[in-house]
Design a protein around this ligand. Structure first.
Ligand SMILES: Nc1nc2c(ncn2[C@@H]2O[C@H](COP(=O)(O)OP(=O)(O)O)[C@@H](O)[C@H]2O)c(=O)[nH]1
Ligand SMILES: [Mg+2]
Length: 301
């Protein structure tokens, strides 16, 4: 399955919800009037674009309708699709892995899908012929490193881990030395995400970043924030907190297969102005799609 089919299947719940609500708006109104805009905005909010982003999208649509003299709701629909694509295009959606090695630091709260997403990215990179090393920076529970090790085996990546309770920055240091020795292309660092202790988490992430910058000053670095797509607007609040404490460069939205509120992707991109680079649509190794705005919006409608 290509991107479009896969993402379409993963977004089934969102699309079903949207087609019964949004579809109704576009077919139910014969002309573009205030009632049409009001209904439309309500639908977008229901699909989890959030109040702010939905308002912005409808405002832009009003402008497009005025300026382009659009007459039918069908024309308005096409214009809305263009607007959503534009709102999603906030930066390069490809990971920057231009150096050898490159580093992906993966952050986010517990349970959002960090380790799973790392496993999936590792698989994609290994399949492209890259040498990948996973670093078990979540030392909070032994099970976390065990889970990462399963993904290492599954994807064909190497792994560096230490004992439970070890200093994550020290595991990262070990990982980088090992990567240098083994000529690794991509280092992917897993972390624990205990956001309830914000100061602690910030310290931990800062320490990891310092080690990476000191040991690999020239390396391309991505800070990938993983968000659970089913948590809706709560996820957005989390994202804003992480944006404050870590220099997030990319977002992965997981579990879109389990929600009717896939519109959260638009809300996140618009509110944070950080590109969504992946969407997770299942638990298997190949259930991670590189994000592409046009394909995503086409799959939604
Ligand atoms: N349905 C679905 N489940 C997912 C997805 N990504 C992760 N999961 C599941 O979410 C749970 C938590 O994932 P995990 O990677 O352990 O989260 P972490 O605590 O952030 O490392 C696991 O049961 C995963 O299988 C996804 O895209 N779709
Ligand atoms: Mg984990």
């Amino acid at each position: 399955m290509g991107f479009f089919d896969k993402i379409k299947a993963g977004l089934t719940k969102t699309r079903d919800a949207l087609s019964s609500t949004l579809g109704g708006v576009f077919t139910g109104f014969s002309e573009i009037d205030d009632d049409f805009y009001d209904e439309l905005e309500e639908c977008l909010i229901l699909a989890d674009l959030g109040v702010e982003t939905s308002g912005k999208a409808v405002e832009r649509l009003r402008k497009a309708v005025r300026e382009q003299h659009l007459k039918t709701t069908e024309e308005a629909k096409d214009a809305l699709k263009d607007i959503l694509v534009d709102m999603l295009n906030v930066g390069d959606t490809q990971l920057n892995l231009s150096t050898h090695p490159s580093v992906i630091l993966v952050i986010g709260v517990n349970g959002v899908g960090k380790t799973t997403t790392i496993g999936k990215i590792a698989k994609q990179q290994v399949d492209q012929g890259k040498k990948v090393l996973l670093v078990a920076g979540d030392t909070f529970r032994a099970a976390a490193a065990d889970q990462l090790e399963i993904w290492a085996d599954r994807s064909g990546a190497a792994i560096v881990r230490q004992h439970e309770g070890a200093d994550p920055a020290s595991v990262v240091y070990d990982g980088i030395q090992s990567a240098k020795a083994k000529d690794v292309d991509v280092i992917i660092i897993d972390t624990a995400g205990r956001l309830h202790n914000k100061a602690n988490l910030m310290n931990e992430l800062n320490k990891i970043s310092r080690i990476v910058n000191r040991e690999l000053p020239e390396a391309a670095k991505e800070v990938l924030l993983v968000l659970d797509g089913t948590t809706g607007q709560n996820g957005l609040i989390q994202a804003k907190q992480f944006k404050e404490i870590a220099g997030v460069t990319a977002i992965a939205l997981t579990k879109l297969d389990g929600t009717a509120k896939g519109g959260i992707v638009v809300a996140v991109a618009d509110a944070l102005q950080i590109p969504v680079k992946f969407v997770g649509v299942g638990e298997q190794a190949d259930d991670l799609m590189p994000f592409e705005a046009q394909g995503f919006v086409d799959a939604l409608f």
